[in-house]
Write a protein that binds this ligand. Sequence first.
Ligand SMILES: *Cc1c(COP(=O)(O)O)cnc(C)c1O
Length: 747
Amino acid sequence: MGDSLHDQFAHVPERISGLVDLAYNLWWSWNAEARILFKQVNQQAWKASVHNPVRMLREIPVEFLNRAAENPAYLHRYDIVMRRFKRYMTANGTWFSQEFPDQPRLAIAYFSAEYGLHHSLPFYAGGLGFLAGDHLKEASDLGLPMVAVGFMYSQGYLHQHINPDGWQEGITEPVDRTAAPITRVLDASGEDLVVRVPHIDPPIYVGVWKVQVGKVPLYLLDTDIPCNDAHNRGISSRLYTGDLEQRLRQEIVLGIGGRKVLHTLGIEYSAVHLNEGHPAFALLERIRERVEGGMDFEEAFREVRATSIFTTHTPVPAGHDVFPVDLIDRYFRTYYPSLGIDRTRFLQLGVHPENPGAGFNMTAFALRASAHHNGVSCANGTVTRQMWNCLWPEMPETMVPIDHVTNGVHLPTWLNHRVKDLYDRYIGPTSPDWLSEHDDPAVWELIDEVPDDELWDVHLHLKGKLIHRIRERERIKWATHSRGTSNPAAEGAFLNPSVLTIGFARRFSTYKRAHLIFEDLDRLKRILNNPWYPVQIVFAGKAHPNDNDGKRVLQMIYRYAQQPEFGGRIAFVEDYGEQVAQYLVHGVDVWLNNPLPPMEASGTSGMKASLNGVLNLSILDGWWIEGYNGRNGWAFGEAATDREARNTVDAAAIYDLLEKEVVPLYYDRSIDDIPHGWVKMMKESIKSNAPRFSSRRMVKEYATRYYPSFLAAAGAAYARTPAAESRRLPTWGPRVQGTGADDPSSP
Ligand SMILES: *Cc1c(COP(=O)(O)O)cnc(C)c1O
């Protein structure tokens, strides 16, 4: 961490100045003892900062810091946590170093248009971002040499406000850069680093920020800098702009600019992992770098291809970016010759064989320019092979070279700390390293040791916390807004912690079918209002700002929630994000998921829920096809029906399951008031899902499957590089990994 940062926090007493380093490394976000360290300085300040240590350290009265620095009990804890942090950052005995001993530490550059890491960094829209965020955290835990590139969106993603009529109003709040755990990357002379996106005309410049995700640095590109004109400054203002030209410019900046930034930071040789097609131009830039070094295009293309992996999620053609040829011409006319090819050859790279006139298809290009491609669940792999068979017309569909690596979630991020404490108590004695071995199913057999009443008590505590929090938010809203602008019933004021609680939270894309459970209103009312066995549903989620269909679905639900006939048992929680998600996946009883198959590429929120003992009631699509085993939750939707009948059939299946299985099991209490059958299913769900749908399993799978071939391909490339370049090889790893003085970004 640079001294300039410590200068900004000169008010933090020397004795505890490590808090500054800790605040600027997201490691604290997945280590409860580090969070507690901030909280213990002052609870109210921690709360007021919305659990953001950087903001807290900036805003807290100095006397609290001084008091902590003089408190022996606090200092004792501080020293322990700082030691652990240091050990984590410098550890050699990682999974990666054991798996790939004596190999050059070839960095993997991970590119993604969004990252879901923590709510203080609102640079995500949904699942794609959380997948990327969890991937980085896990790569850090496993010691994988990774460096990541994304955007510093100056407006963040929208904050959602629901007006009294149930209509979503997006509020954009500029990200407060001084209060986020990000630092400016400086150049050698100590000025803000500015990089020009190469060979793109008219020129675009980017500034760079860094987020330290454990050992993995994430570089965020920022076009909102003085040397850009207003149009260029807006490139990185928000996620996924609907303006096609601006969108192309975003992807140019992310891919080509991102690659150039890595180059400037001295991270020259690396394999590349693309999360979706948005950053695919990074591969072009890798090719250009080689052509510039004297290679011919075809050879450069082969070399780049061999060390690139492309993860695709989107199961519908309309979801892939296609840029019209005239737009491509406008920005790339000076780029074609720099690749050593003509315009025709360039455009061929992005042609969709079934729609050649449409323009430059980012997915088609990414598939051509990477040797390894994968979907994100078994079913998604199948759909993707079907969709892209046209690129390998000579092959039968099953042979299309698109793999799958099923998604997983970062367990230390999504497992509630109280649940973790429980696992520590009962798994720990037999398997002390259970947390680092959590992708081993054998560890989880020990869940049976947890007494039913203890698991149930923790669950009830988390459910109480969720409901308390929803009501408290509503109370504040009610008290601070004039009457009539708040709808207490619709926003959860009547939620009851003893009632079976279903959670439904995700982006309000129409394919997610948030409205499905409202197919038969009378039947739903009967289920919710059953006097002996009541049920309540908590909804949350944002519609994309341009998606009026999604907003209409949201409004419909909000209006139902206001109707007394639904008994106050439907609630809509505003502003779904990382923090609301944490409360929901820890605290509801059942996680409902009913997208239109086969649209759910994987789905990850159900995985988060299952770690914490929340049961999945889900359609058989995405991950649940692999996860469901008949004993660990409920499934429906196996029968293929035509699209017209699908809603009716699927909704009826949900009602049937609720009436016949879910509700009776939940309310079947023994004399101790514990639903032992339910708890048994919770244990089965934890045991079967936690090891398999963990990002530890996922990242290991990516690494063991692709890393050896990266090394082989890169090895061949090294053999050809000039001696001067080769001599730099051994330093790549440490330079990328560096967190202090050896870090290229903190000169
Ligand atoms: C996990 C997560 C998602 C992705 O959930 P899906 O089940 O894949 O839709 C979206 N938003 C937030 C805030 C999340 O935490």
